[in-house]
Design a protein around this ligand. Structure first.
Ligand SMILES: [Zn+2]
Length: 486
């Protein structure tokens, strides 16, 4: 092949690969087999290796091109990534709807309803490229909403994220060549299960839930690991010149689709509280079969002019709200009760459960609070118990379940009279529910104090406190840190 022939062939392969990536990763409608796809990728890699001058930053071969990162640069957001206010009931939605109408005056009020994906918010920055289009220039985590972390090399490995946008797509939408797309990175349940199988084989504790696993993955310093974890990016906001796309939320979702982004197909337009609740009910029904985690529904005022009139409180837009699903519960077996000694010497019983998936996480432990709680519930080891978990709440045992399929346990738990860590006698003050170890030199108390001291928000010592971060101690490895051992 002559040089111009090679260049043409490379361009053709890239177009084909991009087209099939879009069909596969964005639209979920593959048109060719994996083998056919791989053959094109292999040929492109071979040609690029022989002609390095033809390699471009947005070539599909360059998704995992970056070297392992040494850390993540902090980036200030062009506009804060705000959180949303929550509603937990129809009444709260009705209150919000009333306030929106009051503030909107004569402006139109209609809402978009979208699923609330349980992942990580990420902002993607695009900048003008040499071809007249736009190139992915940065991927930034939400961070504290003002400042996030630059995770571009990891974001590039996510195949539903376009590395570049061709000029004609931008022109059609009259979108400036510098813009920002915000959305959610989620780990599909299948990828999550695969990850935990791998971790189990390696003798590592399982990741707690897909959201934490996605968070841990995006903060991995090795892009090839991220590429293997099959994260998916769903786009929902488009910003240019530091403001939201002025045509409203429905048009935003349509524009993002036209640009080649993956937009969640489960969305609607509603204008009454009854219609909102109908969308919520449908979402709850779909929840189990979506293949990814959701924890509610997001409602946004559609019209941009109305959004602007409503404005913001300090931390959230007045024109959007997240309706959160109520707690989920499941029945599992109480295998044992373990006592841990806290910083103050307090003995806390923890239920060791047959692991069960509830409220979006695999739960293997739940708090039992204190000795009174065990007595009050009449808990026996071997009992079947209902475990409840909602939102960020630590899983709790709500009741003993007893029927033909769930016979009672047979072993009464005897509360220890000595500290399980130091062997000193424990005491229970009159009127108190808790037993305590009063040995000032108890190793458990020292360890817990040290961990508390080193923990985030107290002294913020990197590494110290990590092995027992809050996520991990409740239900296993949270995925947030490679050294966290739960
Ligand atoms: Zn002790």
């Amino acid at each position: 092949m002559t040089e111009p022939d090679v260049a043409r062939r490379v361009e053709k392969l890239r177009d084909e690969i991009r087209h099939h990536e879009h069909l596969y990763y964005v639209l979920d409608k593959p048109a060719i087999s994996d083998a056919e796809f791989d053959a094109r990728m292999k040929e492109l890699k071979r040609l690029e290796a022989a002609h390095p001058e033809l390699v471009t930053a947005d070539s599909p071969t360059q998704r995992v091109g970056g070297k392992p990162a040494e850390g993540f640069r902090k980036v200030r957001h062009s506009r804060p990534m705000l959180s949303l206010d929550n509603a937990y009931s129809e009444e709260e939605l009705a209150d919000w709807n009333r306030r929106v109408h009051e503030l909107a005056g004569n402006l139109p009020v209609e809402y978009t309803a979208e699923l609330k994906l349980d992942g990580l918010s990420v902002a993607l920055h695009y900048q003008p490229d040499e071809a007249g289009g736009a190139l992915l220039s940065a991927g930034v985590t939400r961070g504290d909403g003002q400042v996030g972390e630059d995770i571009t090399t990891n974001i590039r490995t996510i195949r539903s994220v376009p590395l570049s946008i061709p000029p004609e797509k931008l022109q059609k939408l009259r979108l400036p060549r510098e813009f920002e797309v915000r959305g959610e990175c989620v780990m599909p349940e299948a990828a999550f299960e695969r990850l935990n199988e791998e971790r189990e084989r390696e003798g590592l504790p399982p990741a707690v839930n897909p959201r934490n696993a996605a968070a841990g993955t995006l903060r991995t310093l090795e892009p090839s690991i991220v590429a293997n974890r099959r994260l998916v990016f769903y786009a929902y906001f488009l910003l240019a010149g530091g403001d939201y796309w002025p045509q409203g939320q429905t048009a935003t979702l349509d524009a993002l689709t036209a640009l080649g982004f993956r937009v969640n197909p489960h969305r609607g337009r509603v204008d009454t509280v009854a219609a909102m609740m109908k969308f919520v009910a449908e979402a709850e029904k779909q929840r189990a079969t979506l293949g990814y985690e959701i924890d509610g529904v997001v409602l946004k005022v559609d019209a941009h002019a109305t959004q602007q009139r409503l404005g913001y409180t300090g931390r959230a837009p007045r024109w959007a709200i997240a309706y959160k699903f109520t707690a989920e519960s499941a029945v599992t077996r109480l295998e044992d009760i373990m006592i841990t000694v806290g910083r103050s010497g307090k003995l806390t019983p923890t239920a060791m459960l047959t692991p069960i998936f509830v409220g979006g996480v695999t739960v293997s432990r739940a708090t039992l609070h204190n000795a009174d709680f065990i007595e009050r519930k009449g808990l026996l080891i071997g009992d079947w118990v209902r475990v409840e978990r909602g939102g960020d709440v630590i899983p709790k045992v709500v009741e003993v379940v007893e029927d033909a399929d769930h016979p009672r346990g047979n072993r009464r738990f005897s509360y220890p009279s000595i500290c399980p860590e130091c062997g000193n006698a424990v005491v229970r003050e009159e009127g108190e529910a808790d037993w305590r170890c009063v040995n000032a030199d108890c190793p458990a108390k020292l360890r817990e104090s040290l961990l508390h001291f080193g923990a985030r928000g107290v002294m913020n010592i990197e590494g110290l406190g990590e092995p027992q971060c809050n996520n991990c101690s409740s239900a296993g490895w949270c995925g947030a840190s490679p050294i966290c051992i739960g």
